[in-house]
Design a protein around this ligand. Structure first.
Ligand code: NAD
Length: 422
């Protein structure tokens, strides 16, 4: 198939590159000139394991442009993969989705033949049918379900293992407005062996939010249990292992620590809470999940102060800035509130991350960035905030280590070791 992808961030680029790997011709559209240039040179503008290799291997089937006209004229299906950030009050900001829908609509006006528009961005229930579809109709002067198709196909990939997740998903969800759109997406995904859920546009949208809210709930839940365990001298990981053997519960997402971050859970939960309010429904559980997550990273500072009571002038080494390993993404990373608090208490912060330092520098230019993880260890105490593989190989003997991510290598060797929930 010939596919265009609007927005070449984590989701758009991975989607485009993977569709190209599966034999489709792909045109990526972005408003960011630098990203377009890099993609056309075969260099991914983001770090994602394996992405560069797949991009290079399929270069003859993938190109990037700013030109919506070129992209829509030369493809049959367009995926909207632009960001859906939060407004200041937590509600969803749809401006990128609206801009993309408007632009696609304008191009469809002059396109002969049927075209399918698929929303892949995470949007609240009702958005595809009540915001995107009318914008497409208004700007194209054409009729949805007749002249063009509309579908909603949420993405569940995880940053860090995005390529693998895209190619081997647990399920594919297809929300469809019209039968032809369903057929085209069925065909596009026909080589995938996972279950395919076909449903209403709004149910597809809700499946994505409910999934993220549930996963975040599991983490905040085990963190709350983990905090109790810490007080009682119980290892929260043993508790999680014992719980996880129950098939109704499952072991995944029961690793306690300093909480969740990233580009999705925080904004998606905020959007769901704010939307629940708008429709006059309660979101007590989800609101508590967010509250627990706000407090959790600061447990690191409490534990640190047990061993270094006065932080002023003390050097604190921070290992890990990305919101999780194998990504350069620092959006809502738990390192942000921790570093903020350290600076507030006038500690000297020296940090290292294998991939995320450039991004972190933009937010915290005032801290010291080390050229290696070893250099970070030369501090009064060390905080482990991201579980990067290479941190396992460090020599923690003689160190005070406060661990937010359960690095057993540090636990077994440090002079003083405190795990946040164990
Ligand atoms: N990142 C994830 O792990 C993940 C996983 C599942 C779903 N999602 C959802 O996917 C969507 C995209 O997320 P992301 O992390 O890839 O975002 P991102 O911010 O990394 O990328 C968005 C891209 O869209 C481009 N863009 C913005 N407006 C545009 C326009 N009008 N035309 C063309 N390009 C435009 C931006 O320049 C940027 O490159 C969001 O709704 C997000 O919630 C993200």
């Amino acid at each position: 198939m010939n596919i265009s992808i609007i927005g070449t961030g984590y989701v758009g680029l991975v989607t485009g590159v993977c569709f190209a790997k599966l034999g489709n011709k792909v045109i990526c559209v972005d408003i960011n000139e630098k990203k377009i240039e890099m993609i056309n040179k075969g260099v991914p503008p983001i770090y994602e394991e394996g992405l560069e290799q797949v991009l290079v291997e399929n270069k003859n089937r993938i190109e990037a442009t700013r030109d919506y006209r070129y992209a829509t004229q030369n493809t049959d299906v367009t995926f909207i993969c632009v960001g859906t950030p939060s407004e200041d009050d937590g509600s969803i900001d749809l401006k990128f989705v609206e801009e993309a829908a408007e632009e696609i609509g304008k191009q469809l006006r002059n396109k002969d033949g049927w075209h399918l528009v698929v929303v892949k961005s995470t949007v609240l229930p009702g958005t595809t049918g009540e915001v995107v579809l009318p914008l497409l109709e208004r700007h194209s002067g054409k009729k949805a379900g007749v002249d063009f198709g509309v579908a909603m196909n949420p993405e569940f990939l995880r940053e860090g293992i995005a390529v693998r997740d895209f190619l081997e998903p647990d399920r594919i969800v297809i929300g469809y407005y019209d039968d032809k759109s369903r057929e085209v997406l069925r065909k596009l995904y026909s080589s995938f062996s996972c279950p395919i859920v076909e449903t209403l546009l709004s149910a597809a949208e809700m499946i994505k939010y409910a999934s993220n809210a549930f996963l975040a709930t599991k983490i905040s839940f085990i963190n709350e249990i983990g905090n109790m365990c810490k007080k009682l001298g119980i290892d929260a990981y043993e508790v999680a292992d014992g719980m996880g053997l129950d098939k109704r519960i499952g072991r995944a997402f029961l690793d306690s620590g300093i909480g969740w971050g990233g580009s999705c859970f925080p904004k998606d939960l905020d959007a769901l809470i704010s939307w629940a309010k708008r429709i006059g429904e309660e979101s007590n559980i989800i609101s508590s999940v967010v509250e627990v997550n706000k407090r959790q990273p600061l447990k690191m500072i409490d534990l640190l102060k047990k061993h270094v009571p006065e932080l002023k002038g003390k050097t604190v080494g921070v290992l890990g800035l990305a919101f999780k390993p194998n990504t350069d993404d620092i959006r809502e990373s738990r390192a942000i509130p921790v570093v903020k608090q350290l600076l507030k208490e006038k500690a000297v912060v020296k940090a290292f991350d294998p991939k995320a330092m450039e991004n972190f520098k933009k937010m915290f230019p005032q801290i010291r960035y080390c050229s290696s993880a070893e250099e970070t260890l030369d501090s009064d105490a060390v905080l482990i905030l991201t579980k990067w593989e290479e941190f396992k190989k460090l020599d923690y003997t003689e160190k005070i280590v406060i661990d937010g991510r359960r690095l057993l290598e540090a636990k077994n060797t440090a002079k003083i070791y405190e795990g946040v929930c164990w």
